[in-house]
Design a protein around this ligand. Sequence first.
Ligand code: ADP
Ligand code: ZN
Length: 744
Amino acid sequence: MDDRQTPPSDDLFSSAGLAPERPASDVVSVLLPFAVAEPYSYRVPHGMSAAPGDIVQVPLGTRDVVGVVWDDVPGLDRTSNRLRHVAARFNTPPLAAEARKFVDWVAGYTVSTRGMVLRMVLRAPGALEPEGSRPGLRLAGPPPERITPARQRVLDVAADGLAWSKSGLAGAAGVSPGVVDGLVAAGTLIPVEIPPLAVAVPPDPGFAVASLNPAQAAGAAALRSAAGEGFSVTLIDGVTGSGKTEVYFEAVAEILSRGGQVLILLPEIALTATFLDRFALRFGQRPAEWHSDVAPRIRERVWRGVADGSVRAVVGARSALFLPFPDLRLVVVDEEHDSAYKQEDGVTYHARDMAVVRGQIGRFPVVLSSATPSIESRVNADQGRYRRIVLPDRFAGAALPDVSAIDLRLDQPERGRWLAPRLVSAVAATIADGGQALLFLNRRGYAPLTLCRTCGHRFQCPNCATWLVEHRFRGQLVCHHCGHAEPRPQNCPQCGNEDTLVACGPGVERLAEEVLSRFPAARTTVLSSDMLGGVQRIRRELKAIADGEADIIIGTQLVAKGHNFPLLRLVGVVDADLGLAHGDLRAAERTFQLLSQVTGRAGRVGGASRAFLQTSAPDHPVIQAIVAGDREAFYLREIEERRIAQLPPFARLAAIIVSGPDRASARGHATALRAAAPPSDTISVFGPAEAPLAVIRGQHRYRMLIHAPRSADVQSYVRQWLAAAPQPRGSVRAQVDIDPQSFM
Ligand code: ADP
Ligand code: ZN
């Protein structure tokens, strides 16, 4: 286990077991889901009992709020008359001791208040009330005296004899709700109760046992035995298409057959609907799904099902870690390297690291899976803190794609075009042969910059220090940070000249323009996260691609992740240098991961496949490692560079970001904060410096970076510092980011 994750107070884990449940008492402490660090004390009225974990309603000021009885010994004088009473106790299972400990721990590690972490647990407020039956209607009475075509349509639909909701029935029949009301008044439709739906049927661990190849079988056996051994972390490090999912499914099966709950985290769950089907093929049932695109009502059901134990398996986004599992026994973090696991606002936490902590608190195994493990996880494995399962080959003898670099300095695209001749002929050959080609460019929109040829005017976001990105399909200039959008004008707003605006550089839309002109007969699809129609549309498009309904796919990083496109035989990376320009400490790692993942989409089911990287820096070690197919070369070099530079995971970093409504107030508070930093021989503070993204959504930003040796307790240092520092005034904020991933 990485000692980066050693809790601020070490005794959290050193005590042999979890704290015994305190007996119900007359005064309890209740943690509230607000920015409060400490629970408040409340008196338990006669006839009610309240023990730690119970979810209660308590008065706060003039309102009633939901909170959880916490483990802290109540702070106030028990004889005080001023204590207010717990108003009610919800009839839901109590929040388990492990989950409460997790809340405390995450707050300590991320330097947040416990209340704000609890807020992430209580994110489905409707779930606290039992789901009642809903009013419905059923065809049962005599036919109406007067029949209209609309009424007839309703009768036809309701002829199935099932209970319908009023709106559902009206919708299915294509009539207004008034028509349905008329049939109720006539006594033809009678009111019935529709009982709540079951959330998820328990998956069957023995439903369709996979036959594994020897490397997979060895990994599965290791995971199965880990299931009975308490806490451990295992990194499944296997190339794309090696069958990592099949292997960790065996760990899932083992836990399910032992009766525990399992959680599988995915970075882009909304887009990986096929994963749910894959789970169902193995376990006979789909798992419960948890992410922000799940409808509120369903989320409430999942929350309740997790809390009462009827949901045994959840597949979710990072926030699923905060579901109220009473009996969680396994967490799998798939694509563990993915930066989507870091939450950047509110409580800034990294779900992979917190999953490991959750396993340590609950004494169960955690599985991390990736074709391109994070440097942190790889070092943890090298140093023996994590176990490692290596799957070196693709399943069933499929070969990894043959990767080549195209040196853009020698093999240039024509002016105003972005595809080099070699890539163009490879695309032509691939589609002529019935294969699919993917062109990858990690830039949404048409062009990243629009300027006036006459006066040089550039379009800037009014709220952010960024250029507006042209989206030609929508006819708009858009800010990718705050969402600001304005129509693209005909005339330059500065010099007034007509038709002088030019687009600079390519985005996926512009690439599509080139592809359409070069391959007019090909079926071309553009996939980007801002596509009209949202997640549903993207899911459909991904399925269409998998079904072979496209010849050329143009996409942003959305297409790089986890998808299985059986016909894909060529991947062209239009600008392999894009991520390297970033210059932050993880630029090389991120680029390596992205390029490996996107090239790894090709040839997953066998046959020869190719990938091309268009680059102006073919000698860059990242490009060379990808071209040579030499992962180890990349990892060894990158790990050594981090060690020499004393960067994570060989040291700790934390950031403090000060933001304010104007530059002076942000800088002023940052400077005052800096002056209050406690002196230290080992911990250094850099900055404040204006953030590279100096303004976002109208907030001016300054950053400070804290660098500390691994042995240092950064959280205590930061907490002491903030306690001694002047409080920010007005709407100025100081946000702490432990283990920052973004330096913007
Ligand atoms: P990874 O997650 O390592 O990229 P997957 O688990 O998605 O790989 O597996 C790649 C492909 O190989 C999938 O289509 C999967 O169904 C198939 N596959 C992997 N292992 C097996 C197995 N043991 N039996 C049958 N199919 C398998
Ligand atoms: Zn903006």
